[in-house]
Design a protein around this ligand. Structure first.
Ligand code: ACO
Length: 219
């Protein structure tokens, strides 16, 4: 029975505790590490400061952006994410640049059994846009998901107008599979999203190796 459960790929409840990287980019060293209870102050500061760049792409929430990202909201959010992580359904990470919190990477809806898939999402502080940070973080996340986590497929949904995010996914090797019409409630309207996907077969080696070979990152 144990063998069958392993073959089905889970549950691996401690995989979220791994730190991934570092991987060097033009901006500096990128590391992906588990969220911490003491991330509240910086999470609140960056999310509040980045309202304009995040609102067009993020799910609609209840209450104002500032209220939802008040420092006091981190405790409940952290607890909810940690409990999902322990159940093996979410991998909640912080993206660090040279040891500083600059964004988040989340792998959600982790499904085991015959599907072994999840979605991946991310955001970066606008002060650090364009330095290859998100691309490096996604590549590290992909390799972890297809490695220790034991997944076979990752999905990413992106609005057609979000060209920066599409560029990130393409650099890591994701393919477009189609348009999901009125897929998600974002900024108070149902928005179409492009479905990007990557399966183990799409990568000849690892995502990090491919990024290094392309000259976009180094060890
Ligand atoms: N049109 C076309 N390409 C663009 C544009 C644009 N308007 N803006 C940026 N790019 C390109 C850059 O040139 C770069 O590609 P290149 O390396 O080939 O030149 C690429 O987009 C960005 O790559 P990175 O530097 O690795 O990404 P960055 O660290 O800047 O982060 C991110 C990208 C995460 C999309 C950031 O802009 C962000 O946080 N945006 C707001 C939140 C968001 O959109 N999150 C993603 C939601 S979708 C999802 O999670 C699946």
């Amino acid at each position: 029975m144990v063998g069958v459960l392993n073959w089905l790929g889970g549950p691996h409840t401690r995989v979220w505790q791994s730190t991934l990287g570092p991987l060097r980019t033009s901006a500096g060293a990128v590391t992906v590490r588990p969220i911490r209870s003491r991330d509240g102050a910086i999470w609140s500061e960056l999310r509040t400061r980045n309202e304009k760049t995040l609102v067009p792409w993020e799910p609609t929430g209840i209450g104002s952006w500032v209220q939802r990202h008040h420092r006091s909201q981190w405790g409940p959010l952290y607890s909810a994410l940690k409990s999902e992580a322990r159940r093996g359904t979410v991998l909640p990470y912080v993206i660090e640049l040279d040891g500083q919190y600059v964004g988040q990477l989340t792998v959600g809806n982790i499904q085991r059994g015959a599907v072994r898939s999840a979605w991946i999402g991310y955001w970066i502080d606008s002060d650090h846009f364009g330095g290859g940070i998100a691309t490096a973080a996604v590549a590290l996340g992909v390799d972890h998901c297809f490695g220790r986590v034991g997944l076979h497929r990752l999905d990413a949904t992106v609005q057609p107008a979000n060209e920066a995010s599409q560029a990130v996914l393409k650099k890591v090797g994701f393919r477009t599979e189609g348009l999901l019409e009125r897929y998600m409630d974002v900024d108070s309207r149902w928005r179409d999203h492009l479905l990007f996907a990557l399966t183990v077969e799409d990568l000849p080696g690892t995502a990090v190796e491919a990024l290094v070979r392309s000259g976009r990152a180094s060890y």
